[in-house]
Design a protein around this ligand. Sequence first.
Ligand SMILES: Nc1ncnc2c1ncn2[C@@H]1O[C@H](COP(=O)(O)OP(=O)(O)OP(=O)(O)O)[C@@H](O)[C@H]1O
Length: 255
Amino acid sequence: MSTPAPYRTISFSRSLLQWSQLSLTLPSEQKNENERRILQNLQGLVSGGEIVALLGPSGSGKSTLLKMFNRLLEPTTGTIFYQGQKIEEMAVTELRRQVAYISQQPYLFPGTVADNLAYGADLWNLSYDGEKWLEKVNLSPTLLLQSGENLSGGERQRLALARSLLLEPTLLLLDEPTAALDIHSTAIIEGLIKGWLHQDRAVLWVTHDPGQAKRVAHRILLLAEGTLQCDLSTEVFFSPQAPEVVQSFLTVKEK
Ligand SMILES: Nc1ncnc2c1ncn2[C@@H]1O[C@H](COP(=O)(O)OP(=O)(O)OP(=O)(O)O)[C@@H](O)[C@H]1O
């Protein structure tokens, strides 16, 4: 079996993100039902230099977990540290610049593509080349003056990625960033993220596609019903030595 080893030259550095005893409980929607446990007692870390894939069945809590890392959601219990500091002690704007979240359906601000690229950059006083950023995410520079409203779902995701990357984040939280893309654009985005990575940066990447996890990730976290099933190197995850829970997840995926 061939081993995915896309980043042999990168050595992992210190932990960028660390979380422990993370739970989220929501009130029940039904009158006579107990509260709903969305995430239960999760712990883990992401180190500089690595891409960590978050896999799991639909509804297992992947997006919910991701949103906690830049405070779009607050956990019921548990602690999250970014570079050794509790995230609730950081200014939210600073946290969100450094820990960029790109959602499945990114929100675009009213205005042109250029306005969208400028939004965060103006806030932080950063200069950048808009056309170059569009090219990097495989969008035509001619889109720059077009309204964001006319973009397709896949184009929106790529614009949101460019808009975040130009703010020079350290940690990327990607929620299925290639879900709406064809194979060609998917390959370009995967290459872009791999090229962006270095030892002081990291990526947490939600995907439904085990093949994508195998291509891009150093390590894989598997979630089911809000609990962590395993935290394994990509090599072990896709090997016959993987635990039963992984084998059955992958078998169901193949069907
Ligand atoms: N604001 C909310 N209110 C009520 N339930 C919620 C809320 N947010 C998430 N959930 C529930 O939490 C569970 C986990 O949802 P989440 O979107 O994190 O799963 P997921 O693994 O990302 O799913 P998918 O792969 O389909 O995107 C689901 O059962 C969902 O219905």
